[in-house]
Design a protein around this ligand. Structure first.
Ligand code: ATP
Ligand code: MG
Ligand code: ZN
Length: 409
């Protein structure tokens, strides 16, 4: 690594639209526009952090300006193709609206727009974090957006589309970037690991992708951490440790314990979480997620499109959910949600969770009516002084004297 270490996310930034993972609805539409030559003059790329907005803006600028284009697959050899990714092309102007958000900044931009491009086909203005522009700056921009010279294209990017005025929204072609599905992130991480000669299992990459929560940048930064702490052959356990993630097995143990009413198993799982140095609140958070997935599997076996877990795990959940009324899962979820809030706020999260186990393992579906009738009959018999039938339930609230009293009386 003598050339200095370059973060994976930067080193592996896609240069072309086709390379961008998980956003095919965007790249396809842009590709069609490039092919047909009917290209709008202003675009808005919106979506969560680290899902490819800035990357797509630069790649699109390259597609627009390739000397052999415009093309979805730019040649990679001409001047613009080589200079744009390096940020050296004078006709592709990147503006960070977070620090250039005043009317004056926009006026400057407006003046610049009048000049024809010096080397490329189009002058492309990429305005990142565009929601940061002041109201007056937006107004100043409006004129230019209405009738820009034919050699100008605007690409706006933002994570907060709700902050963009309607007047601007109505003048741009909008693209919503999605969070990237876990499987797609894993595929990309695998490609990177192979090229970087990093030896790591699919399970480990799934842990990384899960922790990245649909952001490719976050996932890649986590992979950076895994490699810098775990070396080029990190074990699954090492990856779990580095991510501070809870081992999936412990999660499944806990879930099984809760749903099958097995308190000792739950307490063992909690101890394992604690001994591993994991955050209890993170554990309950993941447990919530897992119960939600189990409930979805139980309700609709084909609900996997709403889930981001691998096939084997889905099957395990289906097995667990078999025979359980969906209502029990829903109740467990709600109780756990409360517990999770308490755990997150408490200075003694472990104790809070342990105390909640009793509640969690006793969740049962609402009793069927016939059961209630039986219990009423039982109660009636007792009130009349008939001999007691053994009842498994705690009897604290029943109007009945304790053995102590009986002896005394
Ligand atoms: N869809 C994707 N396919 C492949 N790599 C991606 C994708 N999205 C992000 N990346 C990687 O993550 C890095 C950051 O992406 P990018 O800057 O495009 O995110 P962004 O959506 O603009 O995020 P932000 O809202 O934080 O600015 C890129 O350098 C690239 O390596
Ligand atoms: Mg960005
Ligand atoms: Zn080119």
């Amino acid at each position: 690594m003598s050339e200095g270490y370059l973060a994976i996310a930067r080193k592996w930034r896609p240069l072309t639209l086709e390379e961008i993972a998980g956003q095919s609805h965007v790249t396809r539409t842009l590709g069609n526009a490039l092919k047909s030559g009917r290209i709008h003059h202003a675009f808005l790329f919106t979506g969560a952090r680290g899902v490819g907005k800035t990357t797509a803006a630069r790649a699109f600028a390259r597609s627009l300006n390739c000397a052999r284009g415009p093309s979805l697959a730019p040649c990679g050899e001409c001047g613009p193709c080589r200079e744009i990714p390096l940020g050296n092309c004078t006709d592709v102007i990147e503006i960070d609206a977070a620090s250039n958000n005043s009317v004056n900044d926009v006026r400057e931009l407006r003046d610049g727009v009048r000049y024809v491009p010096s080397v490329a086909r189009f002058k492309v203005y990429i305005i990142d974090e565009v929601h940061m522009l002041s109201t007056s700056a937006f107004n100043a921009l409006l004129k230019t957006l209405e009738e820009p010279p034919p050699h100008v294209k605007f690409i706006f990017a933002t994570t907060e589309v709700q902050k963009i005025p309607e007047t601007i929204l109505s003048r741009v072609q909008r693209f919503d970037f999605k969070r990237i599905p876990q499987a797609v992130v894993v595929e990309r991480l695998r490609l990177i690991c192979d090229a970087e000669k990093v030896n790591v299992s699919d399970t480990a990459l799934r842990m990384v992708a899960r922790a990245g929560e649909g952001s490719m940048r976050d996932s890649q930064s986590l992979l950076d951490q895994v490699i810098s702490f775990g070396g080029d052959s990190p074990t699954d356990q090492a990856v779990a440790d580095i991510l501070g993630l809870v081992d999936r097995r412990v999660l499944h143990d806990m879930l099984g314990g809760v749903l099958e009413g097995d308190a000792p198993r739950c307490l063992d799982a909690i101890a394992a979480v604690y001994d591993g140095g994991y955050e209890i609140a993170q554990f309950t958070g993941e447990l919530l997620e897992l119960i939600r997935d189990t409930a979805l599997v139980a309700m609709a076996p084909r609900a996997h499109k709403h889930m981001d877990i691998p096939v084997e795990e889905r099957e395990r959940l289906a097995e667990l959910a078999r025979g359980l009324p969906p209502e029990q899962l829903a109740r467990t979820f709600h109780v756990l949600l409360e517990v999770h809030d308490q755990v997150a706020r408490s200075a003694r999260p472990r104790a809070v969770l342990e105390m909640a186990v009793a509640r969690l393992v006793s969740i049962r579906p609402a009793e069927p009516l016939s059961g209630l009738v039986d219990r009423l009959a039982e109660l009636e018999r007792r009130l009349r002084g008939a001999p007691l039938a053994p009842v498994a339930r705690p009897q604290a609230r029943e109007p009945q004297s304790s053995p102590e009293d009986e002896r005394r009386g």
